[in-house]
Design a protein around this ligand. Structure first.
Ligand SMILES: Cc1cc2nc3c(=O)[nH]c(=O)nc-3n(C[C@H](O)[C@H](O)[C@H](O)COP(=O)(O)O)c2cc1C
Length: 286
């Protein structure tokens, strides 16, 4: 896909750094979203396992209190909006620039999810994370505006099927210039971002690098766990979801820091100090 299409994507989102802070339940609240967008990337509000209408209402208010100017995204989880459809209504009413719904069914037999058409109708850009090229194809056929190729290095929930760069390459081949493709998974530094852009990504979808920011919802204990963890200290498990009785499909385990429920990706070794969202965004400027 040519550079003009990528530039148009980032112009649409008003970002001058080609990076979206991934929606992270319990981490990416209104304050972080405002700070990331003010720094020149695109921030999002993440509603994960404990997302709710009330939690989204609260984080939207915090976003406005933090001086958010309307340039933000919202990220929901498919089973969350199936349980509480009012969360999707609220997200659409808030008129984000971007709506992400993760962990839905993009198999060829599945019907097109209604959130894509509803968001498109309002001019809200739509994205979803995919774990393989077939899902990317189906998401494009269903009208998605961009796909996120989520490599197995990524923190949090997802289907750990392929390493980031191999997945990115196969998704790029499959969607063949029809929509921008962003890469996710262990994008920790400017060099990592430059590498996925060199491979053909429009930019990065970055979670772990922002988890210790003072603007995040991360508590002090989790922040200490994140800063202490080194490369190789994460693994993929379903144990916490099962223990909590959460309805996560089997396909989507979560990557956590070993011996803890703290979500983080394989790039965690690069997270060694607390930096503001602005400092993190600036560290990614190409
Ligand atoms: C703490 C944390 C929470 C996450 N929560 C969500 C979520 O609620 N919804 C979602 O779509 N993805 C969630 N993710 C996954 C991200 O969207 C993304 O796939 C991942 O952060 C990318 O890899 P990285 O963490 O190596 O940058 C989460 C990731 C982390 C690290």
């Amino acid at each position: 896909m040519n550079a003009d299409v990528h530039a148009a994507w980032w112009r649409r989102l008003g970002a001058d750094v080609p990076l979206i802070n991934a929606p992270m339940g319990g981490v990416a609240g209104g304050k972080l979203a405002a700070a990331v967008s003010q720094a020149g990337a695109l921030g999002t509000l993440g509603m994960g396992s404990s997302g709710s209408f009330e939690a989204l209402t609260r984080e939207l208010a915090r976003y406005r209190e933090a001086g958010g100017d309307g340039r933000f995204g919202i990220g929901l989880v498919d089973w969350g909006i199936a349980q509480d459809p009012s969360m999707l209504d609220l997200a659409l009413d808030a008129r984000p620039m971007l709506l992400s719904v993760s962990f839905g069914d993009f198999s060829a037999e599945a019907p097109a999810p209604e959130w894509i058409a509803r968001a498109n109708h309002l001019g809200i850009a739509t994205v979803t994370q995919v774990a393989n090229a077939a899902e990317a194809e189906q998401a494009v056929l269903n009208g998605i505006d961009a796909v996120i190729a989520r490599g197995l290095e990524s923190g949090g929930h997802g289907a750990p099927e392929h390493e980031r760069d191999a997945l990115l390459t196969s998704v790029l081949e499959t969607v063949a210039g029809r929509v921008p493709v962003l890469a996710a998974g262990a994008i920790s530094t400017r060099d990592d971002l430059a590498e996925v852009v060199r491979l053909g990504a429009a930019g990065g979808w970055v979670g772990t690098a922002f988890t210790a920011c003072p603007e995040s919802l991360t508590n002090d204990q989790s922040r200490a766990t994140l800063l202490a963890a080194g490369e190789g200290d994460t693994h993929v498990t379903r144990e916490f979801d099962i223990a909590l009785g959460l309805p996560w499909p089997k396909r989507f385990p979560e990557r956590v820091i070993r011996e803890s429920p703290v979500n983080a990706g394989m790039g965690i070794g690069a997270l060694t100090e607390v930096r503001t969202a602005k400092a993190v965004v600036d560290s990614f400027r190409l």
